[in-house]
Design a protein. Sequence first.
Length: 391
Amino acid sequence: MERRIYLDNASTTYVSNDVLTEMLPCFNTIYGNAGSIHSFGRDAMAIVDRARDRVKEAINAQKANEIYFTSGGTEADNWAILGVAHANANRGKHIITSQIEHHAVLNACAQLEKEGFEVTYLSVDEYGLVKLPDLLHEIRKDTTLISIMAVNNEVGTIQNIKAIAKIAHDYGILFHTDAVQAIGSINIDVQDMEIDLLSMSAHKIHGPKGVGALYVKNGVRIDPITFGGENQERGKRSGTENVPGIAGFGKAIEIACRNHIINNRKIKTIREYFLEKLKEKVEYFQVNGHPHQKSNAILNISFYGIEGESIMMLLDLAGIAVSTSSACTSKSLLPSHVLKAMGISDEIAQGSVRFSFGTNISKSDVDYVVDEIAKVVAKLRAISPIQAGRL
Ligand SMILES: Cc1ncc(COP(=O)(O)O)c(C=O)c1O
């Protein structure tokens, strides 16, 4: 059978057995509507409550009622941005974010601009870090929210979240972070890091797709963006609770946070081995992102003189799954907005491929992948009009 190797864990992950076991009874045994007051409903609500406690513990929230379940990271990001902007519009209509955010944040900000809000998109340095003096410079009297992601999904750079949150609070501004790629990768403590709102998603951490959560610190003013039943999620997020998904998310985040140190160590070893082998077998490439302030799971490499899309497609033929930028933009041929914001030329950005590692990858898998990369790169360079050594 053809070998199949999955190196696209930043796009999504498989559901782990422990998570699946947690979810299964919720489909046909504990199937009540968590909003119903009879025993079937109460049983379902008990599952939701347990998951809420698990999420609270994982991020060290003060109270479980600060966790609101959503349909995933996109909804959590949309809600944080739109909900806070709307609820605080009487104080000001200016928001600060960065150019390297996920489109779930960028497009929510674009929507606010259509509604008459002003948004500042901070540039980043060559490693993808927000520059704190720039942030300070852009703060205005009417700024109500700063939203900066914790870990970038394309290059893995980790922002100085605690310092950014402190700056926000010094000026009485709320701070939101998209932690979709951060959970399970770095330690998140919303109290210590002074985070007001934090977005999470289950399917990046071996949980199911279509479920996530927004942490909203008690006291933060936020308007709902969904309208319906007034009892669901304490009137803030209407819609029948996705009990199986929520149960799976609770278990997934508990495991991810419990094991994050050990998993990180494994993934770091594999990533370093990958880079070492790649350097032996392939010439003319660069690693994008911060050299050390970065997630171990994400490795973004530009291969000079060739297109990332072609590399991805040829690797796919060899059974290897990678992506060219974020999953949501991988069907477009535009150079990644993240690499562009980091000042990387279009020519070099076009040659970028994102490898994202899980704990199930062996050294023998890496040997196979690197051999295939070497073949693919040689094949493409032989027909490329651009000389790789020139870049
Ligand atoms: C940083 C980041 N934010 C938000 C999202 C969206 O999350 P979801 O797929 O759960 O909607 C993703 C998914 O790729 C992401 O990487």
